[in-house]
Design a protein around this ligand. Sequence first.
Ligand SMILES: NC(=O)c1ccc[n+]([C@@H]2O[C@H](COP(=O)([O-])OP(=O)(O)OC[C@H]3O[C@@H](n4cnc5c(N)ncnc54)[C@H](O)[C@@H]3O)[C@@H](O)[C@H]2O)c1
Length: 420
Amino acid sequence: MSDRVIGVGVIGCGEIAQLMHLPYLHELPEFRIAALCDVSRGAAEKLGTHCRVSARYSDHRALLADPDVDAVLIATYDHAEIATDALRAGKHLLVEKLLAFTPEEARPLVEHAERGGLVALVGYMKLYDPGYEIGLERIALIGPPKSIHVHDFAGRFDRHGRLYTQTRVTDAPADALAAGRNAVARRIDAALGRDHAGYRDLYLVVLGLGSHDLAAMRGAFGAPSRVVYARQIGPKQLLAVLEYDDVPCVFDMAMAQYEWWDEWIHVHGERDEVRIEFQNTYFRNASAIVRVREAAGEGPSERVIPGAPDTAFRREWLHFADCIMPGRSRARRCPAGSPTSILPFRSSRRCRPKLFEAKAVERWTLVRRAQDRSGQKNMRSYERSEAIQGRPYRPRLRAACLRPLDCFVANAPRNDASVG
Ligand SMILES: NC(=O)c1ccc[n+]([C@@H]2O[C@H](COP(=O)([O-])OP(=O)(O)OC[C@H]3O[C@@H](n4cnc5c(N)ncnc54)[C@H](O)[C@@H]3O)[C@@H](O)[C@H]2O)c1
């Protein structure tokens, strides 16, 4: 694999595949688009002609049998069965979030990926956002947080379409698609159980939207120690208070109709504040902006640090190539602050310690710089913040998509008003 281009089979040729994945697979020399698959035969045909890909399928099993396919992108609605088949077929996989709809579906997949020598990555691409990485570095420098706020009120999803040319064909068997969605609904209902019946729609929003924020939150701080409070505010709105030892973390998430993108992580330290503001997911080359509020002498100051123009999806693919092809420079793709070693669901045990070490070295450099500027005090606060932040850098195989159910159903008190 090290001396050849990775042939990727794309399963599910809908919006996100066309807007973000196919352009980078086409552009990056590490990859070639080996095959396309969609239950809409017309979509696979039309896109195949457009991308000049002759291998076109309407059944993912046929694509998996194609020897030209080394790895797959799964960008359908329901991923677990296809991911299982891909692992059985010996293909590396990048599966769009969410890995699965319930922990019961996801756990065997994680175990399966662990056993094989394959790379399996869940597409929480915000973890690769250059602005997010800068934000993590800044958070590390402000000492132990007093409070954390993770917020996502998603803006309108019908605005970005006009920026791109898409191929939409409506010949997919509507009955089969509807049956698939109904089957998912039944699986979720079973997972929620009688105690939490009625939360399916909100749960789907947490998985579809909030899972990105939970992944970014866990990338920065690890898994919270407990859920203090969780409440459904409206049909598509959740408010929760989580806790990291004695540090509270407000998590609020909703679907909204804003003409802007309202997604951020705000960390309050003793003297400084850092805020990572994510940009619209569907914009290319728009990375998160970091705002730092700090003292300037005896007065306040605010700095805005724009992330380098790059696209998180592009960097996600580069990291995927790094994991598959031994010998490529991972450090280049995984700078300090990047949460790559917590990236869920990667099966290659070999590369984890290296990532961890690279990060430790980089973070130590960061500490030394902080020390040079401000002496021992900063060092101590760094160490404390590291105690909080250190947790995510331990390898974690539990896919972040397990967390919504774990957090909001398993841990929280059960009553009518709460999500859990
Ligand atoms: N990372 C992100 O920010 C992000 C953004 C949007 C969507 N997504 C994820 O990507 C996935 C796709 O989302 P989308 O917006 O592109 O949806 P979409 O409906 O536009 O595309 C899904 C495509 O998959 C096809 N499909 C469905 N079942 C199939 C099967 N069994 N085999 C082959 N093809 C099949 C459909 O015909 C459709 O073309 C979802 O899981 C979603 O959660 C991630």
